[in-house]
Design a protein around this ligand. Structure first.
Ligand SMILES: [Zn+2]
Length: 448
């Protein structure tokens, strides 16, 4: 297969290994588990406890994939409990504390933050994982990657910055700058790729336009997005592509797990990097594998971070594995439609299951809507949803604010089968996010 826009061969970071037969991938994964698990058993108090509690008397008790499937799934609450009981770093360490070179912390969007320590080896592993992401999107040494990210305790794009180094590309850190300054930096240094959350990609384009600059003229050919599912939502992707005049790639990773998922140039969903991760798609309740093509919870094991590993970690992400081969030639699992939503973020509106990502998919089709929020409130015994929209009346001449509201409400009714209230709010009153947008807000009172 050739690259859809450049006609050159599909780019790989490690072609031979990324296209290895699935049974070979499984064998390689097992070889890593067989080396890592005994080391963890010997000196990692957290995992020793968990494995013993599950009846493991010796790492040799985990000798087959069937044994592996009996390891209890790890939940975020387990990690939080451990860190609460053993502050500040918990007990998931295979090495003495002085072996670590970096500390990070989760963003705390879905609970108390968790800290994570990296060794030299695990930090190098993070960087390598990101190199698969960037190379998968066709980036290479000739590229200049811009990272509009406040380089704080969140690992996100720190690891991306390191990944650019592994790729041999030029990384431009965009920390400590406001959006107009970032745009200026991108222009001056000739950025060819933008790496940020989808929300921030939209916001930065908005800022450019407010300054009279068309973002598509800035020379960005590729954007890579992480931190939120947005780039996997077709309407969000399309909007980013139009605004930036670029090919838009989705990436998925978690502080607890690593940079596990990426899109190839065929853009047929998210590949899980099965050279570095074991992916299982399980029924969230029973923990049993779902049938091929069914939606389940992505459960991940990392294979290059034995200093603080996760085994069978419940990502909380709903995914569906594609049953056909990817045209790019990779044999890695392919998550169709990317991350479909969170296991725990489903809203029930008058008996209808509604995922916020589905609402976002509808709202983003309307180019006059700059930002939105999903308000959830109780009316009597029922949850009700109200969509708040910031509407730029000038975006499409002839489109009044009232007409946009009606069209969004009608699209929700048609596509999801529910009626929701839609209301306009003044422009620039809803929060903008650099990281982990939180667009679902619960209110005690009906409000408005
Ligand atoms: Zn592919």
């Amino acid at each position: 297969m050739t690259h859809p826009s450049t006609g050159v061969d599909v780019p790989f970071f490690e072609r031979a290994r990324e296209t290895a037969p699935p049974e070979i991938l499984r064998r390689w994964q097992w070889e890593r588990v067989a080396v890592g698990l005994p080391e963890v058993w010997d000196s990692n108090a957290f995992w020793r406890r968990r494995l013993q509690a599950a009846g493991v008397r010796d790492p040799r008790d985990v000798g087959t994939w069937a044994d592996f499937a009996r390891i209890p799934r790890l939940a975020k609450t387990d990690l939080v409990a451990d860190q609460t009981a053993h502050p500040p770093f918990g007990t998931n360490h295979t090495h003495p504390l002085d072996r670590h070179v970096r500390v990070f912390q989760t963003s705390g969007t879905t609970g108390p933050p968790i800290r994570w320590l990296e060794t030299e080896a695990s930090w190098a592993w993070w960087a390598r994982c990101w190199a698969f992401v960037f190379r998968g999107a066709g980036l290479g040494p000739q590229d200049r990657l811009f990272f509009p990210f406040s380089f704080g305790l969140f690992v996100g794009f720190w690891a991306g910055l390191e990944g650019a180094r592994v790729l041999g590309a030029l990384a431009i850190p965009g920390g400590g700058q406001d959006s107009p300054t970032r745009l200026h930096t991108m222009q001056e240094l000739g950025a060819t790729a933008l790496v940020c959350t989808p929300s921030y990609g939209l916001h930065l384009a908005e800022v450019a336009r407010a300054q009279g600059v068309e973002p598509a003229t800035l020379g960005v050919r590729t954007t890579v997005h992480a931190g939120e599912p947005g780039a996997g939502i077709p309407a969000v992707r399309q909007r980013l592509e139009t605004l930036w005049g670029a090919r838009v790639y989705d990436h998925a990773g978690m502080t607890e797990v690593g940079a596990y998922g990426f899109e190839c140039v065929a853009q047929a969903g998210l590949h899980v990097n099965e050279l570095e991760f074991i992916a299982e798609v399980l029924d969230p309740e029973s923990g049993q594998p779902v049938a091929p093509g069914e939606v389940g919870e992505l459960t991940l094991t990392n294979l290059g971070r034995w200093g603080a590993p996760v085994l069978r970690y419940r990502s909380g992400d709903r995914v569906r594995v594609g049953t056909s081969a990817c045209p790019c030639g990779r044999t890695f699992v392919r998550l169709e439609g990317g991350i479909l939503g969170r296991v725990d973020d489903m809203l029930v509106v008058r008996g209808v299951n509604v995922f916020p990502s589905a609402l976002e998919g509808i709202v983003r089709r309307f180019t006059g809507v700059d930002e939105f929020q999903i308000e959830v409130f109780r009316r009597g015994a029922l949850d009700e949803v109200r969509l708040l929209l910031e509407i730029d009346g000038s975006a499409r001449p002839g489109d009044s604010v009232g007409a946009t509201i009606d069209r969004v409400a009608e699209a929700v009714r048609r596509d999801l089968g529910i009626r929701v209230e839609v209301a306009a709010v003044p422009t620039r009153t809803l929060p903008r996010y650099e990281l982990k947008a939180r667009r679902v807000v619960r209110r005690e009172e009906p409000g408005l």
